[in-house]
Design a protein around this ligand. Structure first.
Ligand code: ZN
Length: 422
């Protein structure tokens, strides 16, 4: 458990959360100077479930950029501020974590005559624990939900699986990087020299900053701290202030073509049939890490239930089948995970319906269901599908705390049906 300005509470599901919310500051005077934040530390069991990368050979594509950055690790002239720009799925976040590992590995190795990381030392494993960003952020958001109303408002989302590597995602619900988060980065960079790493890393996973947050960040870039690197990930560097761009080294990454990703899956996940490889590639949206670890059978099980909900809503309702499926969604941590997986599957089906209704069926992700989705999409308007997909996201947000999940799912299926009939 990391020490420092955080204190921990044990959760029933054995995940370890560390909060330094205002309510906890009184008990921990050392935390008072730090702005409120909500960070999440990792449950080791989950870490093992998420496949660990064993070095830069796991990073596909963009070889010239990766080589250049590894050379800067070797020369000891790693930049203080770095912008990694590229489309979703290009591997910006994965590369940022790998660089943090390469700089801080306790048993560094060389591969292709360039610095690499071992993947198993304490620094490597703790940094890799942040690899599943979506899940880590969901945990931090859930931890914030459990705070008192007044503390919730002032608490910002951070992910920190290593004491010297701070990850700052856009803060929901606005999904912007806020001043409180940048203050936390400043605190980490200037007032807390790295304890267990040679160089501290702060990774901003989005370039959507609130104005005052961007101005505050600019001050850090003007006077970069000695043993720290700020990494900004962006799909579009133009979103960043020109003054921020001019103070950082920019590297651009291109997306990995789906054919290459499928080829990779053929060698790394030989158990997948060609049809499943194509499906996993689409569902991972080109993201290599996600494609390599995608649990297709769990996804297909969730999607089967999501299809029952859609059929109930849009076709002849068969409520007995619906209730048989939804009664398996129970309260508690496992039920919550299962419910969220169901909602995501439903969301991806909705998006595909939207693509079909928009006349671009070639872009759908659930390739194997093309015929059924085309039939379901008949008679649906784009507006309806779009608003239903948005409603789903809201259900997901509200559902994290809902104990009567199966009833909520039933209610949602029925209301989707009513909406389509109307
Ligand atoms: Zn290592």
């Amino acid at each position: 458990m990391p020490s420092g300005s955080c204190c921990s509470i044990k959760r029933p599901d054995a995940s370890h959360f560390a909060l330094n919310a205002p309510a906890l500051h009184a008990k921990h005077p050392s935390a008072v100077s730090a702005p409120p934040a909500c960070a999440v530390y990792l449950d080791m069991r989950r870490q093992l479930l998420y496949a660990r990368s064993v070095g830069f050979r796991d990073f596909l594509g963009n070889a010239a950029t990766v080589t250049h950055l590894r050379e800067s690790v070797r020369s000891g002239r790693f930049p203080h501020s770095l912008i990694l720009a590229g489309p979703r799925g290009a591997g910006k976040y994965t590369l940022a974590l790998m660089l943090a590992q390469a700089v801080n590995c306790l048993e560094p190795i060389e591969a292709d005559s360039l610095p690499d990381f071992c993947g198993h030392c304490a620094n490597c494993t703790r940094i890799a624990a942040a690899a599943n960003l979506e899940e880590r952020v969901a945990e931090a958001v859930a931890a914030r939900e459990d705070l008192r109303e007044t503390d919730k408002r002032e608490t910002r989302i951070l992910v920190q699986t290593h004491p010297d590597v701070l990850i700052i995602p856009p803060d929901p619900p606005q999904l912007l990087i806020k001043l409180g988060q940048v203050r936390q980065a400043i605190h980490a960079a200037y007032y807390r020299p790295p304890i267990e790493a040679r160089r501290a890393f702060t990774i901003f996973t989005s370039s959507a900053f609130m104005k005052e947050a961007a101005n505050s960040l600019l001050k850090v870039l003007e006077e970069p701290p000695d043993r720290a690197t700020l990494v900004l990930l962006t799909e579009n560097p133009q979103e960043l202030l020109p003054t921020i761009r001019s103070r950082a080294v920019i590297h651009r990454l291109g997306a990995l073509p789906p054919e290459e990703l499928e080829l990779l899956l053929a060698t790394r996940r030989p158990e997948l049939k060609p049809k499943d490889r194509a499906l996993a590639t689409r569902l991972a949206e080109g993201a290599v890490g996600r494609a390599l670890t995608f649990d297709l059978s769990a996804w297909l099980a969730s999607r089967q239930d999501a299809l029952i909900i859609l059929r109930t809503a849009l076709r002849e309702p068969d409520y007995s089948q619906l209730f048989r499926a939804t009664e398996t969604y129970r309260a508690g941590a496992d039920g919550q995970e299962k419910t969220i997986a169901l909602l995501r599957a439903l969301g991806s089906l909705m998006e595909d319906l939207l693509l079909i209704a928009a006349g671009t069926p070639a872009l759908i992700r659930n390739l194997d269901l093309a015929a059924e989705l085309a039939a379901l999409a008949q008679g649906l308007t784009i507006d309806w599908i779009d608003s239903a997909a948005r409603a789903l996201v809201q259900v997901e947000q509200g559902m994290r705390r809902n104990l009567l999940r199966s009833l909520s799912i039933d209610a949602m299926a029925v209301s989707l049906g009513c909406a389509s009939a109307g």
